[in-house]
Design a protein around this ligand. Sequence first.
Ligand SMILES: [Zn+2]
Length: 468
Amino acid sequence: MTTNLLNLPGYKVVGVEESAHDYHINAEISNPPFTCEGCGSDRLIGHGRNAQVIRDMPTHGKRVAIYLENRRWRCLDCKKTFMEPLPAVNAKREMTERLTRWIGQQSLKRTFASIADDTGLDEKTIRNIFRDYVNELEAEFRFETPRWMGIDEIHLIKYRGVITNIQNNSIVELLPNRNKETIIKYFARLEGRETIKYVSTDMWMPYREAVELMLPNATIIVDKFHVVKMANEAMEKVRKSFRESLTPKQRRGLRHDRFVLLKREHTLTDEEVLLLSGWVRNYPELGLAHKLKENFFKIYDSCSSDEALERFAAWEISVTHEVRDAFSDLIRAWRNWQPYIVSYFDHPLTNAYTESLNSLIRVMDRLGRGYSFEALRAKILFTEGAHAHKNRRPKFERNAMQQPKERFLDDLNDGAIEYGVPDEGFGRVLMRSPKPPKDDYPHGANELPKNYGADINTLIALLEAGKL
Ligand SMILES: [Zn+2]
C-alpha cells in the first residue's frame, strides 16, 4: 500500500504521514550502488548520511515531500567519497524529474500561482522550471522561416509583434513589443532570412525600417485591410462630429445605424438602403464622407499598381474641404507608404490569412489573466496539437495574375471588422473549421516533416473551446 503511493521506481517507501494538506513520505533507495564511481571497485563502506527532502507530484490533492537519508560512500581502494545517486531526481531542484516535467506542462495551461499552490513550491521556482521547459520546446520545435512573412500587432496585455507565415496561415513568433530593435534582433538570429521574399505589414514605421535594414531583398507590402480600415475610421470621424448638433434621441439613432454607413454599399439590404438614404439626405457631409469611403474601397478593384495610383489621384481630388480633416490621416498614410501600398496590387496576399489573423486578434482576450507574456507566448507557439507540422510543402498558392483581387476579404467584412457592430453577420468573420493538414504528398515522403508554426485557425478553435 505504502509502496503504491509513491509509485516511483528505485525507491522503497518505509513510512507515510498524512496531514490535511500534505503527504510526508519516508523512503529509501532500493538499490544502493555496489561499485565505486571513480575506479569501479566494489569495496565500499558507509561514510555518513545526509537528510534530503525531495518534492514530488501532488497526489490526491495533497502536496508530496519524500524524506531520504541519502548515504555517502567511501571507496577503500581509491579513497574517493561520493553520495549515492538519487534515481529519477532532478538534483539541482531537489525534486523528482516527473514533477519538473509536470510543472513544465502545467505552466502552459495554468497560472504559476495555481501551480505553486498545488505543489507547495514558490512561484519563482515554477517560473524557473517554466523557462527551462520553454527552452526545451524551442529546441524541439524549429519553425520553418516563412517565404511570405506577415508582421502585425496583437494585443496581449499590451501591443506585441506577431510574426506569421502567410502561406501556411500560422504564427511563428511573438515578440514582447513592436520596437525596431526587437524586430532587428529577431531577424538577426533567424535562420534562412534571405529566403523571405515578401513581408506584409501594417503601417508601423519600426517594422518597415527593420525589414529594410535586415531583409534588403524582400518586398514590403501593406496589407489592404490596414489601408481600407482608415477610410472607415475617417467616415466615423465625420459621423462623430455631428454628435453635438443632434438631440440625444437622434444621437442614439445614428449610433445604432452606423453599421449601414460602415458596410459596403453593394451588400446593403433594401431596408438598410432606406436607412442610409435617410441619414445622408439629412446630413450631406455624412453622405459625402460615405461616398468617399466607398470610392476609396473601389481603388482596390484596380488590376495593377499604375491603375491604383491613377484611381487614388482622382479620389484625392474629390476629397473636398468639408471633410478633408477627417480624411487627412488616410491621405498622409497613403503618401508615406505609397510604394508599399501599391505593391499589394502586384502581389496580392491571401484573404484567408487576414481573416484568420483578425479572428484570432478578436478572441485573444479570452486567454486567461494572470499570465506573463512569456507564458502567453509559449501557450500560443507550443501548445500541443496546434502546429501546422504535417505539411511538407506550403499550401498551393494561385498565380498572382489569376488571383481575383476583390476576394481579399469577404466584402461584408471589408475593413469594417474592427468595429464590432452588433448586427448578425456584420463585424464577424465566420471561422472555417480547422482542416487537418494533408500529409500525403507522394514525392515528399522521404523529407522530414516540417513545422510551419502554430496554425491560426486551430488556435482560434482552442481559444473558443477554452482549451488554451
Ligand atoms: Zn574507488
